[in-house]
Design a protein around this ligand. Structure first.
Ligand code: HAM
Length: 414
């Protein structure tokens, strides 16, 4: 029989990989809690129209990257490429679009992109959405959160790029000025940028093409189209948080989703390689109305967990681990009872019961290869005497025989 492999760009994760995930996820949850943000979980599958109307049907995500299929009822459904649209769909449905709320979520997202280091077809995001808040205080609070994430997860060489896209009208005005400016250069543009010029001109600003970047140097600048208060917001954010993170105002930052208006930002790290953005976000004041809801100004962000985890030095390597070796000639149920008494006595330790039938020597050899600090040995002699032998796996100190109560006391204090 042929074996069945996983899909390209959709990796499996084993505990050796996940040992880096859990501490980062826990730390993020803690940070979210310190900002008093509540959790929300929405489905992975939604109607395709939700993403067409929010992320935008001119965006690369909806155009080329979405995983869509028709269900048995012939309705077009899609795996979520991002989390914001589902959250807004949900609050409109629950009539929460008339109030203010703060949500966080974590989970898998799906985009049919060309897989490479840091870019997958199934990847994970942690996201935040502040709903019902006008431009102003919520922008500062969200940037404060970005700084807390960068500092709390000990991210090195990080840079936070910020920009302001203006409101719907100034975005439109700038777009048409850009299109007018670029018309004479059409024959020098590659196919991708010509397509953007017709469908979503703002995206040309982050073209990777060098020639395009040269042409854009003399083109209209977004900063001339946005209001004075928008420019002030950028300067004030830079001034307020500049000591906590490297903040750069980048008038070419436009982001790849159509719903943004106002402040947009991206956190990048030079330690990441080509896919260097590990947080992306911004304001999306018209999205709720576009999805049939009330006027609900909002701002949010999403963190790419694979990328964040690869550069965070928060880890659980110091987590305490011990091994319990039962080496009696017959299965000793008492060994399992003692092991559970130990686990109940100190839940900060992970106690690994060796479940193989191998010899004591082989079990000790295996225990030595883990990062366990001690082995608790329970053999025939220990069973007769109701004792446990405690052996250090880190140094040559003599092993010690302890009564079960002594052993529990020892375990509590490790
Ligand atoms: P986004 O910039 O598309 O924004 O994604 C946020 C982050 O997800 C990126 O900065 C990156 O770290 C990670 N990411 C995106 N695509 C991939 C991929 N194929 N493989 C690995 N990581 C990836 C959003 O998704 C918006 N919903 C953010 C937001 C929330 N804006 C407002 N609220």
């Amino acid at each position: 029989m042929n074996k069945i492999n996983s899909l390209r760009g959709m990796p499996d994760f084993y505990s050796d990989d996940l040992i880096r995930w859990t501490p980062v996820e826990n730390k993020l949850e803690k940070i979210f809690k310190t900002f008093s943000i509540g959790e929300i979980r929405t489905p992975i599958l939604e109607y395709t129209d939700l993403f067409k109307r929010s992320v935008g049907d001119t965006s690369d995500i909806v155009n080329k990257e979405i995983y869509s299929f028709n269900d048995r009822n012939d309705q077009s459904l899609s795996l979520r490429p991002e989390g914001t649209a589902g959250v807004i769909r949900s609050v409109i449905e629950k009539k929460l679009d008339q109030q203010q709320s703060k949500f966080w979520y974590m989970g898998p997202m799906f985009r049919y992109e060309r897989p490479q280091k840091g870019r997958y077809r199934q990847f994970h995001q942690a996201g935040i959405e502040f709903l019902g808040y006008e431009e102003g205080q919520s922008d500062f609070e969200l940037i404060a959160l970005v700084c807390s994430i960068i500092n709390g997860l000990d991210i090195k060489n990080a840079k936070l790029k910020i920009n302001h896209l203006g409101d719907k009208d100034s975005k439109k005005e700038f777009s048409s000025s850009l299109v007018n400016y670029l018309q004479p250069f059409k024959d020098q543009m590659d196919e991708k940028d010509i397509e953007r010029l017709n469908k979503n001109p703002l995206r040309i600003l982050d073209s990777k093409d060098h020639k395009m970047q040269e042409i854009l140097k003399d083109g209209p600048s977004l900063s001339n189209f946005i209001s004075e208060s928008a420019n002030d917001l950028l300067l004030s954010i830079k001034e307020t948080f500049g000591d906590q993170s490297i903040i750069e105002i980048d008038n070419k930052l436009v982001r790849g989703l159509d719903y943004y208006t106002g402040l947009v930002f991206e956190a990048c790290s030079s330690d990441l390689g080509a896919q260097d953005a590990f947080i992306g976000g911004g304001r999306y004041d018209s999205l709720a109305q576009t999805l049939g809801g009330k006027n609900m100004p909002a701002i949010g962000l999403a963190i790419g967990l694979e990328r964040l985890i690869s550069i965070s030095s928060v880890s659980s390597l110091n987590e305490k681990k011990l091994v319990f070796i039962s080496s009696t000639s017959n299965i000793a149920p008492l060994a399992f009872k003692i092991a559970n008494q130990l686990r109940n006595a100190n839940s900060n330790i992970s106690l690994d019961m060796d479940l193989t039938d191998s010899s004591l020597k082989a079990k000790l050899r295996r225990a030595n290869k883990t990062n366990a600090s001690h082995a608790f040995i329970f053999g025939d002699e220990e069973m007769t005497n109701k004792t446990v032998t405690v052996k250090s796996l880190r140094d040559d100190t003599e092993q010690v025989s302890m009564s079960i109560t002594e052993c529990i006391d020892f375990y509590k204090k490790i």
